[in-house]
Ligand binder design. Structure first.
Ligand SMILES: [Fe+2]
Length: 204
């Protein structure tokens, strides 16, 4: 019987199958998608309220996956790495992730983690870095991303954003929420990021 978790993993995999660019191919070629499911209790977060808007503004190719996440979000275990002590309550109420597979997600994988990140509107996720190499593919456009010492650049849905090991990166949303797919490999897959920036002035 196909479960909602199987649908989650197959939706994740088939969305990635649309891309043939490096470095994404190097990340996912050789991934064994027959991962063992892990029994996890569902757990919601305030940021799930942004999923319906994210699904409406998602890029055409990402929209079915975003709608699936919105429809079935309460079946999944959403998490947060930070607390309100780190970035304040407003950030915490507008931030969360879902690990589809990895060392703690709905499917077991010790080599790579993959999932989704939600940020509400007008949220700044300050400079941070981690050992793991990371790819993001935003499912919604309009968020500004910065990496290394570069400036903020607006990224559209379906762009591939690659952060090498320990590279600083940050993002800030505008009037719309962000939903993005992520992949991590090559480091402790549940590690907390090292934060180097401050929240500073949030966009208004
Ligand atoms: Fe990151």
């Amino acid at each position: 019987m196909t479960t909602v978790f199987d649908e989650l993993l197959s939706g994740f995999k088939s969305f990635l199958g649309r891309f043939d660019q490096q470095p994404l191919r190097g990340f996912i070629d050789g991934v064994d998608w027959s991962m063992r499911p892990r029994r996890l209790e569902p757990s919601g977060l305030p940021c799930l309220s942004h999923l319906s808007r994210a699904a409406r503004i998602a890029g055409a190719e990402a929209a079915p996956l975003a709608r699936f996440l919105d429809d079935r979000c309460h079946d999944f275990r959403w998490g947060q790495t930070y607390t309100s002590v780190d970035f304040g309550k407003r950030f915490i109420d507008n931030y969360g992730w879902l690990e589809v597979f990895g060392t703690r997600g709905h499917f077991e994988n010790r080599k790579m983690a993959g999932g989704f990140l939600i940020l509400g509107p007008n949220i700044a996720y300050p400079d941070h870095h981690h050992v793991a190499e990371e790819i993001y593919i935003p499912l919604t456009g309009g968020t500004e991303w910065r990496m290394g010492e570069g400036g903020y650049r607006r990224r559209e849905a379906g762009e591939i954003i690659h952060h090498t090991s320990d590279m600083n990166h940050a993002m800030r949303t505008g009037a719309e929420p962000m939903l993005a797919l992520y992949l991590w490999r090559g480091g402790p897959l549940a590690a907390r990021s090292t934060v180097t920036g401050t929240v500073g002035r949030e966009l208004t």
